[in-house]
Each structure stands twice: as structure tokens, then as C-alpha cells.
Design a protein around this ligand. Structure first.
Ligand code: NAD
Ligand code: MG
Length: 335
């Protein structure tokens, strides 16, 4: 059995095992089965507690929606580290919020796994988006930049159509974009705030999935980005947190509805991750200074630590995973 495991299985398995599992799994496997050549491909042993920056972080704010390139320290989206092994060869993906954060990590990982990728973002994020498109193209894949505001139903429909036309089809849809603005009290949440959060986080995935569904063949995958906020909401994220509960919920209901059609629906549920969302109104300065320090790993996650989860949920070998919420919280909470 072990002899039959190919190098791809080893590399793919390691890629899927985020949260530090990869680093320990590969050497253990290499010891058990030295004949597979795994030893030569084993990743360097890494301690997840010291792998990335820890708090205290410098206080910093950017006008919403923020740019990854202006953060200190700069986030890691896997630009230098993600290695593909053909897991998504020939696939065609649309990722909202693909310019930065988790969406960018997914875009880089998807392209390195052989997928063509369209990303959506806001016009103000063109600089971040350009870097992502360049990285996708550097892999010899199609990279499509489609800026626009997801709060607009017509734009959501056009976005899907442009992705389908530009990529020549669609089989992975990642609804990842979100609005998060911290407000100490419900009394500070305006109707405009509430509406913008609902439109971005709840309506847009609804509009995008409806537009995409006619194009999705059996084997396609829909992925939402939920949050630990879905089940353990912060007091100052009244509107945002409930949209994440809605995300987890739609993933579970749609998985049941679309299962018989062979379309899988899953979510990734991050804990505190170092992204522009947090420095452009998503967190208070007090929270930002200590960001991620309360997790058992003692630091926030980096988007790069979640890229392989999106790959795993989209890949054919996760064919029995649907309606699942894959947590990446650094040790706390339940997805
Ligand atoms: P991010 O700022 O890098 O990504 C969010 C993206 O949403 C932006 O890049 C922007 O392009 C997009 N966006 C927002 N409003 C939009 C609109 N009206 N139209 C078009 N695009 C719009 O931050 P991130 O943290 O990577 O966020 C990605 C996902 O991760 C979100 O769903 C967020 O809720 C979730 N999440 C983040 C954390 C965290 O700690 N960073 C934790 C849990 C969940
Ligand atoms: Mg962005």
C-alpha cells in the first residue's frame, strides 16, 4: 500500500496538511518509507509557533479596503513558498477578493496547481490585483482581472459571465470577498453599514452562485470563506459575524441541494489572519496590536497557511467532502 503511494500523493498530502501538520508529516513518512523518494522532497521541519511574526504589531490604519503591499509586516500569501503538483490541472476558477488575503493565497495556489484563475476586487485595489495577475501568468495560466463592486447584482451577473467567457468555462467558485468594519456598539451600526455588510457578504454569494450554477458541471466546487465569527462572534462585529453564520449555513444547505448534481459546496473558516481587512477598519488598534496573540500558537495566521485548504476543497480527491467547514484558527474555536 505504501509502495503504491506516488510522489504526488506525498506532496499533495503534505500540501493539504496545513497548520504545521505538513512539516511533521513529511519527515515521518520519509522515515517509514524511504524508498518512495519522499526524503528528498520533504519540507524543512518548521515550528508553527515561530514560523511567522507574533504580536505586538505596530498600530496601522489604511483607508478601506486597504492594500496588502502597504501592511507592516507584509502578509505572506505563498508567493515564494507554494509548490503545486497538478492537483487542479485545467480547472477554471473565479475568486472574489482575489487581490489580497485568503483570496490571493487561493489564487496563487490554484494557478500553481494548474488552474486558470479570474479574480474580482475593487478598483482601489488594482495595485494588489496586478501583482496577483502577474503571479498567475508566471505559471503559464490565464489570469483574468475583473474589478467591480459586488454590492451590485448586475455586476455579480456580469462578473460570472466575464469569467466564463474569458476562461472558457467555470468549475470552481470561491466566494471570499467580505466587508468587516468594527463598531463598539450596535448603536453605531448605521443602516448603510448593515446594508453594505449584508450586500457584500450574503447577497453577493447568492447572486454569484445563481449566475454560475448553469455553467457548473458535476465535479465542480463552490467554496465560501466563513470565519470563527460564525460560531464565536465578537461583540464589536455585530453585523459581520452574523454574515459568517449565514455563510456556514448556506454552505450546508447548498451542499444538500447540489450534492445530487455532483457539485460540492464547502467553506474555509479562518481565525485571526494578517490581511488588509484587519487594518482598514476591521479591527480596533488595541486588537491589532495583540492580533492573534490569544491563539494557542501565539500569533495570527498568514494567508499562505490557508491556500492549500482552498486547493483541497476544490480538488477531485476531496470528492466525498461537501457541506464541510474546514477551520484554520491556530488552535481555538470550532468552525
Ligand atoms: P482582504 O481585505 O484581503 O480581502 C477581502 C476582500 O474583499 C478585499 O480584498 C476586497 O477585494 C473584497 N471586497 C470587499 N468589499 C467588496 C465589494 N463591495 N466588492 C468587491 N470586492 C469587495 O481580507 P481577508 O481577511 O483575506 O478576507 C477574505 C475573507 O476571509 C473574508 O470573507 C473574511 O470575512 C474572511 N475572514 C478573514 C479573517 C481575518 O482574520 N483576516 C478571519 C476570518 C474570516
Ligand atoms: Mg484587498
Amino acid at each position: 500500500m505504501i509502495d503504491k503511494l506516488s510522489r504526488r500523493d506525498v506532496v499533495g498530502g503534505a500540501g493539504a496538511g496545513v497548520l504545521g501538520v505538513a512539516a511533521t508529516a513529511a519527515p515521518a513518512f520519509a522515515k517509514d518509507a524511504p524508498t518512495t523518494g519522499a526524503a528528498s522532497t520533504a519540507a524543512p521541519f518548521e515550528d508553527p509557533t515561530s514560523k511567522y511574526p507574533k504580536p505586538p504589531f505596530e498600530r496601522q490604519t489604511q483607508p478601506w479596503p486597504g492594500l496588502a503591499s502597504k501592511m507592516n509586516p507584509p502578509p505572506d500569501h505563498g508567493e515564494k513558498s507554494y509548490k503545486g503538483s497538478g492537483r487542479l490541472a485545467g480547472r477554471k476558477a473565479l475568486i472574489t477578493g482575489g487581490d489580497s488575503g485568503m483570496g490571493r493565497a487561493a489564487a496563487i495556489a490554484f494557478a500553481r496547481e494548474g488552474a486558470d484563475v479570474a479574480i474580482n476586487y475593487l478598483p482601489a485595489e488594482e495595485e494588489d490585483a496586478r501583482q496577483v495577475i502577474d503571479l498567475i501568468k508566471a505559471e503559464g495560466r490565464k489570469g483574468l482581472a475583473i474589478p467591480g463592486d459586488l454590492k451590485d447584482e448586475n455586476f455579480c451577473k456580469q462578473l460570472v459571465q466575464q469569467a466564463v467567457d474569458g476562461l472558457g468555462g467555470l468549475d470552481i467558485v470561491v466566494n471570499n470577498a467580505a466587508r468587516q468594519q468594527t463598531r463598539a456598539s450596535i448603536m453605531d451600526v448605521t443602516t448603510e453599514d448593515f446594508d453594505a455588510t449584508m450586500k457584500t457578504n450574503v447577497y453577493a454569494p447568492f447572486w454569484i452562485i445563481k449566475a454560475a450554477l448553469p455553467h457548473l458541471k458535476p465535479g465542480s466546487s463552490i467554496i465560501g470563506t466563513s470565519s470563527e465569527q460564525a460560531t464565536d462572534p465578537s461583540p464589536e462585529l455585530y453585523d459581520y459575524a452574523q454574515t459568517k453564520a449565514a455563510t456556514t449555513n448556506y454552505v450546508r444547505s447548498l451542499a444538500k441541494q447540489l450534492g445530487p448534481k455532483g457539485i460540492r459546496v464547502n467553506a474555509v473558516a479562518p481565525g485571526p489572519i494578517w490581511t488588509p481587512l484587519q487594518v482598514s477598519g476591521g479591527a480596533t488598534m488595541e486588537k491589532l496590536e495583540k492580533f492573534g496573540g490569544a491563539t494557542p500558537l501565539g500569533r495570527p495566521g498568514q494567508p499562505a497557511e490557508l491556500g492549500s485548504i482552498y486547493v483541497q476543497l476544490a480538488a477531485n480527491d476531496a470528492s466525498f467532502s461537501t457541506g464541510q467547514v474546514y477551520g484554520a484558527m491556530g488552535g481555538g474555536g470550532l468552525p
